[in-house]
Structure formats: structure tokens, C-alpha cells
Design a protein around this ligand. Sequence first.
Ligand code: NAG
Ligand code: NAG
Ligand code: NAG
Ligand code: NAG
Ligand code: NAG
Length: 490
Amino acid sequence: MMHQQFEMGRSSELLKVVSWLCLVGGVCGIGANWGTQASHRLPPRTVVQMLKDNGIQKVKLFDAEDRTLSALAKTGIQVMVGIPNDMLAGLAADEKTAGRWVSKNVSKYINNGVDIRYVAVGNEPFLETYNGTFLRSTYPALQNIQAALIAAGLSNQVKVTVPLNADVYGSSSDKPSGGDFRTDIHDLMLSIVKFLNDNGAPFTVNIYPFISLYNDPNFPVDYAFFEGSPTPIVDGTITYSNVFDANHDTLIAALQKNGFGNVSIIVGEIGWPTDGDINANPLFAQRFNQGFMNHISNSNGTPLRPGPIDAYLFSLIDEDEKSVQPGNFERHWGIFAYDGSPKYQLNLRTASNSSTLIRAKDIKYLDRKWCVLKPSANLDDSEIAPSVSYACGKADCTSLGYKTSCGDLDVRGNISYAFNSYYQKNGQDDRACGFSGLATITEKDPSTTTCKFNIMIDVGSGTSWKTRTQMELSLNFFWYMVLPFTLALV
Ligand SMILES: *[C@@H]1O[C@H](CO)[C@@H](O)[C@H](O)[C@H]1NC(C)=O
Ligand SMILES: *[C@@H]1O[C@H](CO)[C@@H](O)[C@H](O)[C@H]1NC(C)=O
Ligand SMILES: *[C@@H]1O[C@H](CO)[C@@H](O)[C@H](O)[C@H]1NC(C)=O
Ligand SMILES: *[C@@H]1O[C@H](CO)[C@@H](O)[C@H](O)[C@H]1NC(C)=O
Ligand SMILES: *[C@@H]1O[C@H](CO)[C@@H](O)[C@H](O)[C@H]1NC(C)=O
């Protein structure tokens, strides 16, 4: 009890300091999600410098990778480390496993000067698309990690949490005040919330107005942003003119209804993608993210939860190897592109109040060359279709499609885009620009005003992609050389 009270006193002091900073300087901490599902990752030290240059004080990770954590040591940047969903069952089954995880992935780094504040146990484990796979393991894993943190003497400094998608709650009345947890996981959610509350830990929620728009073509576009809406939601005495506030307060109502109205909230992911869908473009992304930053910079909070909002932008950098199962936009959430270049102007409302993002420094690119369809190639060539689908399957064609950045390319442009994507992903290896003799290397940039044919960054040697490249090349060799030959024999 004493402990609990001390903790509460300290955090409310902290809260005051943060609000004061927010009010006086327009300075209010913003965090960023740093994911690493990219074929050519920026070096962690480069990313850390970029975080510092842009005044980003907190990062949320999806695992506890050594290179990333080591780069964060002694930087003053606060860290949320993550436990991937596929580790939950093991951690749930065995306290010792949880003890080892905490020892190797938390204690060790804290001792080396990494400012770890949170452990995210799982990532959106109750998403309906997972069919309940993680329903049984998440809560016991959470308990075991908390027990391990206590045993390690770290439970005051490091809090557990479970980043959840906003689909864990809903409203019976379509208004925030009708908020409650999803029926199928209601009891489980209450157990978890009680556990978080008892341990002074936050509830982490990911809120995605973009997905509301993506899933429902009739969703009022203005309501997704922060400039007021002609169709606000009137809920008793409160008028909601943006879906972020309404969604957030649906959670607050759900927590209040179940007796946990004081649990602190972290907005674990918030953002807007720039490509891969008609509503995913730099203009909308800038409008949303700048609107959000302005919205939280006055520390007014939301109608049901006044005060500073603790949020992590999703995301820092594009990741070209993310699953496109949610949609083609999934690889385009970064405020920075794959090479650490800003995609649009954004004032993060940090101390500098700079209206522009600062690009990653000292980025090395591969040579200025591209792989394209040979001008002499015949479009009726039967090898074209399988070549394109092979390239797109292995590399990234999510910028090709209706109303995307490369949606206006002609047929030849489309094919070239696919070939180049594969070639760059394979580090500009000559053998990755074969495609049955249909492709050729050019030094003339095929990019158009909206469609960028990327040049990959040079991540140096000794990294794992080289090995994978070899494997993929031999697979390519199999498909294009061995398989047709075998078929011809049959
Ligand atoms: C930050 O910059 C904006 C313009 O981009 C300006 O309107 C605002 O007053 C500035 N805020 C502070 C606290 O300097
Ligand atoms: C620590 O985290 C890494 C990265 O997520 C994981 O691969 C490793 O298994 C973890 N270590 C332990 C002892 O669980
Ligand atoms: C969930 O179930 C659906 C339908 O049975 C199936 O298509 C899908 O692959 C399942 N997803 C997972 C992650 O198990
Ligand atoms: C929430 O906090 C307030 C003030 O700290 C306290 O009076 C109230 O009882 C708390 N409510 C719950 C549900 O814990
Ligand atoms: C280019 O490719 C995209 C994605 O496969 C397709 O939707 C589009 O129709 C293609 N455009 C042309 C002109 O072939």
C-alpha cells in the first residue's frame, strides 16, 4: 500500500511537470513506434540520432533486439520493449521462462543505461483475426512478467502493459458513453484491467481513424481529422467532432463502467499511412498527424479524460516486409520513408517547434541505377506475367494500384516498377535483373512526379539480408531456369 501511494504521488508530480512543460513551451513529449520489418534497415545508431534530432523522447519497440537496445543506451530516450505474440504461450507456461526474459531483455539493458519504462506483453493479442489464439496465454504471461520484474527489483521503474487494438471495446449506443468491453472477452479484459490497476500499470490502446475510413466507405471523412466535423456526435452534454476523442472516451467509459476509471492510458499507436490505398497519401497523413500533434499539444486531453495525452506515433519508418494482410497500406505508415527521409512537413511540437522533420544523417545509397523492362521487350511475352508476380511476391508492389503513388503508370511502367523493386531489394545484384532476359539495368531514373523508383540504401556487409539474398536468388534461379527446363522435359 505504502508503495502504491508513493508511486501515485510521484506520478502525479511527474504529470504536473509534463503539463507545465506542455503549457509553457508547447513542449509535450511524443513517442514513436520503431518497427524493424524492413529488408534494409537503417543502422540503429542512425535511427537514434534521428530520434534525438527530432526531439522524440520515447520509443515503443516490438521486441527486445540487442542492436536496437544497445543503441538506445545512455541516450535519455525512454523505451517500451515488446514481447511478440508467439512468445506468450511459453512465458505463460513457465515462470522461469519469464524470469529469463526479464533478466536478458530488461535487467541487462537497464544495467547498461537503457531507460526501459514499460514491457509490452504481446501486440494486439485479442485481434479478432487471430481467432482467439492468444486468449489463454496473454494474461498468465502478463502475470509472470510482472512477477519476474518484482523479483528483479524493477517493478517500480518498469511497468507492464498489453497494447490492445481498439476493437477490444465498443459502444452499445454508438456513443462514447455506451462504451464497454467486447462481450466475448469481457471477463478477461476485467481481469487484465484489474491487474494493471493493482500494479500501477497503464492500459495501452491503438486507435486508427484511418481504418475506420478504410473499412467503411460511408465514414464521414472530416470526422477522421481534427478540424471539426459537420456531423459531430452529441453525447449528452458532450459534442465529439473527431473520432479520436470519441474512440478514446469510449474506452474511458468502458473503464468507468467497470470501476476502473482512474487507470492511466497510453495511446500505443496512432498515425496515418501514405500509400497503398485511395485514402493513404501524404496529404491526408500530414493532415491527420499534424492535427493530432496540435490537438494534444495544449494538454486539454479528451472530454472524459482532461490532461496530457501520452502517445506513440505509428510509425517512425516504413517497413517493406510487413504483412499486407491488413491491406497494401501496411508498409507505408512511416513519417519517414525507408531511407529516413521525411515524407511531409510535420511539426512534432517539441522544444524546437520546428515545422519540418529532420532527415536521417549519413545515409549511404547503392549506385544510381535501376532495373527496368527492356524497351525492346514484347508485351505479349508469356514470361512477363509470371516474372511480375514473382517480383511482386518477393519484393514490394504495394505502391501499384488504384489511386496509389504509382497508380498512373502504364503497363510497361508497372512491369519496370516490379522488376526494380526486386532488384533493389536484392542489393542491386545483377542476377536479380534477369527475368528471362526481359529486364535491363539503366542509369536513367524511371521515376515520375508521384511515383518514386527507389534506390536501396547500403546497409553494409555482414548483415543477415545478404544470406537471405543468396537464398532468394537461388530460388529465383530455380523458378526461372530449373523449373521451365524440368517442365520442358516432362
Ligand atoms: C510554434 O510554431 C507555430 C507555427 O508553426 C506558431 O504558430 C506557434 O506559436 C509556435 N509555438 C511556440 C510555443 O513557439
Ligand atoms: C529476448 O528478446 C529477444 C528479442 O525479442 C528474443 O529473441 C529472446 O529470446 C529473448 N530472450 C529470452 C531469454 O527470452
Ligand atoms: C482464423 O479463421 C479463419 C476462418 O476459419 C481462417 O481463414 C484464418 O486463417 C484463421 N486465422 C488464424 C490466424 O488462425
Ligand atoms: C480515482 O481517483 C480519485 C482521486 O485520486 C479518487 O477520489 C477516486 O476514488 C478514484 N476512483 C477509483 C474508481 O479508484
Ligand atoms: C498496374 O498494376 C496495378 C497493380 O497490379 C494494376 O492495378 C493496374 O491496373 C496496372 N496498370 C496497368 C496500366 O496495367
